[in-house]
Design a protein around this ligand. Structure first.
Ligand code: C2O
Ligand code: CU
Ligand code: CU
Length: 516
């Protein structure tokens, strides 16, 4: 980790940023430039948009955290302050490098003044949120040390567990790894009327793997190219930024918001004593009905809210959340994630609502390309690392087949051909790719696994939660997954990419353009 200090701390309000010398030359004839002035950055940041309901100052800083015993660990950290609106709009997790948890309501107007006090470029992305392009944190909007970027958006999404993290090109992996990530929780009236566990009984569980050296410092990218091709894997699990976590609980139901904040590790989660995992929500909020699973497969960026009822358990007893062995990279052995310890008895007869909110589904029959889905082939390109349809990231370019129309409902298909024998490299490395689409939530409508990929797939597929709304879907080697998505409200340049952050940083990411 670089220890370079920032000497200049002037606040540039992004004026002069509109020069955008980012337009790169068109590589292929089907690539078009998107004449970027469509994103009027300085305009967005200077025109007052009225009084927001919640106004926050968010800084990315270099800092330290006490993670292991002994020497403190150098980290990057988001630090927040509520400038106006409810004071509880931000909640800091004690003793954690994680950013403050946003607590906002659907319909609220949010303004965030993001100041970059890191010794390198950065920008914040609101993962899972349906926001205008100016507020999406695209890498072309990255700001330099000392600069401030102002986000203005209205919370349009359903109640649920969303999150935020950096998105500068090529540096998302290390910045998130060194500590930049936080939860963004949305509530709405529908959810509040259900009386789900709240307050102390609504617990974030952000799961991340890390690697420390003897000086308690974070190690990243030590294996060079190999780390990049595979994705970073740590040897130690942190929950909310701490190792060996024990969560004290009462004999009553809890809402546990599981979030995989790891760079690349895929977890196969279960209760050690075999208690079923009761899922009530996915990336995009509550399901219509809870579902029970033996295990949950949680890929990077994904969220699952669990209903866990500790009623009837003996005070003093424990139940551990564990990772079970699977074919996921680094997933060979079982290991504990955290321990829940029954600390005290409480007589709360809260029962799980039988019906959760109704969902207004997209209808596949309405998709404009139902019979010929837009296909995205995920493969190893000769000498270029991971590719999507043979391409890697270009800052402002989109290909013809990456342009969609505002208002259209489409089927997208991600086909993971890694390990599928396409050439020496393609055949050599079979890896799962958690595919993420910016700016919207989608439905997962179909999965198909090849015979060659079946054995590995079988170790994780029972834990797939395909119900509900998602912004990230795991696509296993040899698998094709179809999702249904609609481009609503906003035009402009958004991203889709693999959320294995090392793959993303290598360029396994592309723009898609929503046109009016
Ligand atoms: Cu959480 Cu572009 O990603
Ligand atoms: Cu995102
Ligand atoms: Cu990938």
């Amino acid at each position: 980790m670089t220890t370079m200090q920032i000497s200049r701390r002037h606040f540039l309000h992004l004026l002069g940023y509109s020069g955008v010398a980012l337009l790169s030359a068109c590589a292929a004839s089907d690539i078009m430039s998107t004449s970027l002035p469509a994103i009027n950055v300085s305009g967005t940041n200077t025109i007052p948009k009225g009084v927001p309901d919640v106004e926050v100052a968010l800084k990315a800083i270099e800092s330290e955290a006490q993670i292991l015993s002994g020497r403190a660990t150098s980290v990057y950290r988001y630090q927040g302050e509520v400038l106006s609106g409810p004071a509880n709009a931000l909640r800091t997790i004690p003793n954690s490098y994680l950013g403050p948890i946003f607590n906002v309501k659907k319909g609220q107007a949010i303004r965030v003044h993001f100041t970059n006090e890191l010794p390198e470029e950065s920008i914040v992305h609101w993962h899972g949120l349906h926001v205008p392009v100016e507020a999406d944190g695209h890498p072309r909007l990255a700001i330099k040390p000392g600069q401030t970027y102002v986000y203005d958006f209205t919370v349009l999404d359903r109640a649920g567990t969303y999150w935020y993290h950096p998105h500068p090109h090529g540096r998302t992996g290390p910045q998130a790894y060194y500590g930049l990530a936080g939860l963004f929780l949305i509530s709405d009236d529908e959810e509040s009327s259900l009386d789900l566990p709240s307050g102390d009984y609504d617990v974030p569980v952000v799961i991340q793997d890390r690697l420390f050296n003897e000086d308690n410092q974070l190690v990243y990218g030590g294996n060079g190219m190999m780390d990049q091709m595979m994705g970073f894997l740590g040897d130690r699990v942190l929950v909310n930024g701490q190792p060996d976590v024990t969560l004290p609980v009462a004999t009553r139901p809890y809402r546990l918001r599981l979030h995989n904040g790891s760079n690349s590790r895929i977890y196969k989660l279960g209760w050690e004593d075999g208690t079923p995992m009761t899922v009530i929500a996915t990336d995009g909020g509550l399901l219509e009905q809870s579902i029970q699973k033996e295990t949950i497969t949680l890929a990077p960026a994904q969220r699952i809210d669990l209903w866990m009822d500790f009623s009837g358990r003996e005070v003093g007893s424990q139940v551990r959340l564990i990772n079970l062995p699977s074919a996921a990279p680094g997933g060979g052995a079982a290991f504990p994630i955290m321990t829940t310890q029954i600390d005290y008895a409480e007589n709360i007869s809260a029962t799980m609502p039988e019906r959760l909110p109704m969902i207004r589904w997209h209808n596949e029959a309405d998709a404009i390309n139902r019979l010929s889905p837009r296909n995205f082939t995920l493969a190893m390109g000769a000498g270029m690392g991971w590719t999507i349809n043979g391409r890697t990231f270009e800052m402002t370019n989109v290909a013809q087949d990456e342009v969609v129309k505002l208002g259209d409902l489409e089927v997208w298909q991600f086909a993971n051909q890694s390990g599928g024998g396409r050439g020496m490299m393609g055949g050599g490395m079979a890896l799962p790719h958690p595919m993420h689409i910016h700016g919207l939530q989608f439905q997962i409508i179909e999965r198909e696994i090849s015979a060659a990929g079946r054995a590995a797939w079988d170790t994780l597929s029972d834990g797939f939660v395909d119900e509900g709304w998602h912004d990230t879907v795991l696509v296993m080697p040899g698998e094709s997954v179809k999702v249904l998505l609609k481009f609503e409200d906003f035009t402009g340049l958004y991203l889709y990419h693999c959320h294995n952050l090392e793959h993303e940083d290598m360029g396994m990411m592309r723009n898609y353009l929503v046109e009016a």
